[in-house]
Write a protein that binds this ligand. Structure first.
Ligand code: ADP
Ligand code: MG
Length: 567
């Protein structure tokens, strides 16, 4: 097959331009990205071989190799992992289908609109293309395990790339960077220095569970060469699984690098959660709460779940069975001791031990949020802003933990304009004689604050929670109460804010009812089928009338929702 030339997608081209012209000081992260891809490729091959023994692939010495050629000014990262077919190279390398990159571009665009792109460029690492920060040309040669033909991909990071088939390619992938000319002013980015490579690998990729090897330089001896022993390759990383090490042994930076590797996020996580379970079913978990909600969190495409390992062997990404859907933003690793390496998603969904694990991990995440709330108010604020809406789904779906979720939830309130309140704080502020927690649901704070239903509450200074997330419409009905206090909608049923025992008021109302009976009857006739009843109200102070639902009716928004779904 002849060499074919292809054009990059528009988005890919934009990204490449950014890489090439980036004035970003931390170019080093490109190596982390290439090593991370190599490590993924080794994981994939081991797994495929495990599932299909007939696969014609050598898995006897899976590793990553870094080669420096000072004279040619090249740096090569090689793995003997799964490799890619010709089609896969075109599909995976020629496009920016992966979600991390898509998110990055989206945020970049938003930042640009707000004039803040500079800061953002300084904080990312977006996969394969980041190689162009250090190289003016990249070559990738690969052969998929089990196939015989290899493929070469080359690009100068401009508008096009080339693809050709090649023979005699070892299994796996090698990526060669033709490094940009050396900058005599700045030795900091000399990627032909073994010392520099060692430093970067140690910093960003130490936890990678495959050996990362580099040929050692031959000593200074310049004898006849025959007896100068080649020292052989050195392994640059410690390969220790971070989740298996004790907290004291691991620095925050190391945890954060692992987070970036598994989440494809380039920012620090908000929270790191460790859990070691001993006993009959042993496992270790290292979970992370991201600092930002991914843009596709509420789409069907969002891949939820954490990585599953069995005794240090990677089994699968996105293992949904380990956490409930409302914790789908949590990333991390769970390493179980007693599972079969051949375990499938279907089996996991039904496994009793996995269910126990899910319960334990769920409680651990919720208790961590609780702790954040009491000890780190600001961090908790970020958490709730990013993930509160998702977490509230649990109020509907997880009755076992709904109290724990309510305890860490906050809501907009009439008590303050911009500070949300927790239910505990609300209860502490309740007026003497107030038995219930009042709320109102609707589309926006503005529209519900001006609702006639609020008049009497405003008048009497009674606090009302302002619930504007669609999910709020649902959970308020399933939950019912908090710490023995009923949750009540200001727009439903009869509300008596003056207390039950006010007999004088009762008498007055009875008198009024008699007085207005004629008007109420006439209104009832006029409105006919559209309403259930017309009655005098104590909840209005200014508006002449408002529409109220029965205590057990659906709210208007829910009614619309059901109608839209055709029910
Ligand atoms: P990401 O790793 O986030 O998916 P990258 O840009 O780093 O994004 O890589 C894109 C895709 O190219 C990977 O998902 C993988 O399918 C493929 N790929 C990259 N490097 C390798 C490699 N060394 N071996 C096999 N496949 C690779
Ligand atoms: Mg990658």
């Amino acid at each position: 097959m002849p060499t074919e030339t292809f054009e990059f997608q528009v988005e890919a081209r934009q990204l490449l331009q950014l890489m090439i012209h980036s004035v970003y000081s931390n170019k080093d992260v490109f190596l982390r990205e290439l090593v991370s891809n190599a490590s993924d490729a080794l994981d994939k091959l081991r797994l495929e071989k495990l599932r299909d023994d007939a696969l014609d692939a050598d898995v006897s010495d899976l590793h990553i190799e870094i080669d420096i050629d000072k004279d040619e000014r090249t740096l090569t990262v090689r793995d003997n992992g799964i490799g890619m077919s010709y089609d896969e190279v075109g599909r995976l390398i020629g496009t920016i289908a992966n979600s991390g990159t898509a998110t990055f571009l989206k945020e970049l665009k938003e930042a640009k609109d707000e004039g803040g792109a500079e800061g953002l460029i300084g904080r990312f690492g977006v996969g394969f293309y980041s190689g162009f920060m250090a190289a003016d040309e990249m070559t990738l040669v690969t052969r998929r395990a089990g196939e015989s033909q290899g493929t070469r991909w080359t690009s100068r990071g401009e508008a096009t790339y080339t693809l050709e088939t090649v023979d005699d390619v070892p299994q796996g992938t090698s990526v060669t960077l033709h490094l940009k000319p050396a900058d005599p002013e700045n030795q900091l980015h000399d990627y032909t220095s073994p010392w520099k490579i060692r430093e970067i690998v140690k910093k960003y990729s130490d936890f990678i569970t495959w050996p990362i090897r580099m040929e050692q330089e031959t000593g200074a001896s310049d004898g006849d060469g025959d007896d100068a022993e080649a020292p052989g390759p050195e392994t640059l990383n410690s390969m220790k699984a971070l989740w298996a090490r004790s907290r004291e042994e691991v620095s925050d930076d190391e945890y954060h690098e692992l987070y970036k590797h598994i989440s494809h996020d380039w920012r620090e996580p908000l929270e790191t959660i460790r859990l070691q379970a001993e006993g009959t079913f042993e496992y270790q978990a290292l979970l992370f709460v991201p600092s930002h909600a991914p843009h596709d969190l509420f789409t069907r495409e969002y891949k939820r779940g954490v990585q599953l390992y069995v005794k240090r062997v990677f089994i699968m990404d996105d293992c949904e069975a380990l956490l409930p859907p409302y914790l789908r933003f949590v990333k991390g690793v769970v390493d179980a001791a007693d599972l079969s390496l051949n375990v499938s998603r279907e089996i996991l969904q039904q496994d009793r031990h996995i269910r126990m694990m899910q319960r334990r991990l769920t409680k651990k995440v919720l208790s961590t949020v609780k702790e954040m709330m009491t000890k780190e108010a600001e961090r908790y604020g970020t958490f709730w802003r990013e993930f509160g809406t998702v977490l509230k789904e649990g109020l509907v779906t997880d009755s076992e933990n709904s109290d724990a979720i309510l305890a860490v939830a906050s809501f907009a309130t009439t008590h303050a304009d911009d500070e949300p309140t927790t239910l505990t704080q609300y209860v502490e502020r309740m007026k003497d004689g107030q038995d219930d927690i009042f709320y109102i649901t609707g589309e926006s704070r503005q529209s519900i604050e001006n609702s006639p239903h609020m008049e009497a509450f405003r008048d009497k200074g009674i606090e009302v929670l302002l619930l504007t997330d669609p999910v709020d419409e649902v959970w308020v009905d399933t939950v019912g109460e908090y710490q023995g206090k009923r949750l009540r909608s200001v727009a439903k049923g009869e509300i008596d804010l003056d207390g039950e025992k006010d007999e004088k008021a009762d008498g007055e109302r009875a008198k009024q009812a008699e007085e207005y009976a004629g008007l109420l009857g006439w209104m009832g006739e006029q409105l006919g089928e559209d309403i259930k009843e017309v009655r005098l109200s104590t909840r209005l102070t200014v508006s002449p009338a408002c529409v109220v639902s029965d205590a057990h009716d659906l709210t208007p928004a829910l009614e619309n929702m059901y109608r839209a779904m055709g029910q």
